[in-house]
Design a protein around this ligand. Structure first.
Ligand code: UDP
Length: 328
């Protein structure tokens, strides 16, 4: 019988793509989700265990029912702007939720834990090469809550032998090229889907959040990684742990930075349409530039990101956004 993996947030954007990759790799992904930001229709590759990380009994019940060999933990609130307005919500949901999940895993004897962390844990470090040894100084509650969970995993590793692979993602974009699943947030706050909606006239013009940053064109710089490449790394990370290798942190980014204006230019070229924009103020909590400076995932995990170029990311997101299932 195939091994089960409990995928928290399995009905969300990245979690649902991870479920597809896991099922293609021969695992049964069990999507554990409270469906507040996830979508039941995105759960297509294994069972849905409806539950909430703030309700420990629902985690214990899912673990008892499916007996997973490992946990992949995606479920979290993940919006920088919202985390600045409502930090309590982020600390409570993300940190308490993760603590419940970690304690439930340890109690059930599960030793392999793949965690979705973020480059937002590094904060705003102008000119610093961001690799896994860079000290973390988050500047928003989202990044702070994720760093706290990284610390928690280290501590439970020491006390209970819990082994973790921590992935610090840069900006995730694109969608399943087969069009089964894609990015759908409500409300949508992310650059690429908002831009595609603005092109289609489904939303007003895209607001550029700040054009006076100390970058060549004045807009923030990010490192974009394709969701399919990202989830491939998760399967490799899972195998790493199941083979008994030690806890490890990996950045997942390409090392190439794109400014907001550059992404807009790419979208114009790829879709052959005008992107309507207006210039607005900076968004609180945004770092000026976040670009990975590490190839550890490639060297150690054998990660081979093949779709993380701006053209494929925008094309795949555009194909998804044009489907009837997408309700932008
Ligand atoms: N951004 C923007 N307008 C928007 C949404 C995002 O200018 O309507 C900018 C944002 O300030 C950041 C970049 O686009 O510099 C990526 O933002 P997103 O919210 O997609 O991801 P984040 O970097 O917050 O994880």
């Amino acid at each position: 019988m195939s091994d089960h993996v409990l995928v928290t947030g399995g009905a969300g954007y990245i979690g649902s793509h991870a479920c597809k990759a896991l099922s293609q790799a021969g695992f049964v992904p069990v999507a554990f989700d409270n469906l507040t930001t996830g979508w039941a229709d995105a759960v297509r590759f294994g069972p849905l265990a409806k539950g909430d990380l703030l309700d420990r009994a629902s985690i214990d019940a899912a673990i008892a029912q499916y007996r997973p060999v490992a946990i992949m933990h995606f479920a979290a609130l993940s919006l920088v702007g919202e985390s600045m307005k409502n930090p309590g919500l982020y600390w409570r949901t993300n940190v308490t939720g993760a603590l419940n999940l970690i304690e439930a895993s340890v109690a059930a004897g599960i030793k392999s834990f793949v965690f979705s962390s973020t480059c937002a844990t590094y904060g705003d470090q102008d000119g610093v090469q961001l690799d896994e040894s860079t000290p973390q100084y988050p500047i928003n509650a989202y990044g702070g809550s994720k760093r706290a969970i990284e610390d928690m995993l280290r501590d439970f590793g020491a006390s209970d032998g819990l082994k973790s692979v921590i992935f610090r993602y840069f900006n995730v974009a694109g969608a399943d090229p087969e069009g089964e699943i894609g990015e759908q947030h409500r409300p949508e706050t992310h650059l690429i889907p908002l831009m595609l909606d603005a092109i289609e006239g489904k939303r007003p013009a895209l607001t550029v959040f700040g054009s006076d940053y100390a970058t060549p064109d004045g807009t923030c710089i990010r490192d974009y990684v394709h969701v399919m490449d990202l989830v491939d790394a998760h399967v490799l990370g899972l195998r790493w742990l199941l083979e008994g290798k030690p806890s490890r942190v990996f950045n997942l980014g390409t090392g190439s930075g794109f400014s907001v204006r550059e992404v807009i230019r790419w979208a114009g070229q790829v879709t052959n349409r005008e992107v309507p924009i207006v210039e607005g103020p900076r968004r609180p909590g945004d770092a000026v530039a976040l670009v990975s400076g590490s190839s550890r995932a490639i060297e150690e995990l054998g990660w081979n990101p093949t779709r993380s170029n701006m053209r494929d990311m925008i094309l795949d997101a555009w194909r998804w956004a044009s489907k009837p299932e997408y309700q932008g």
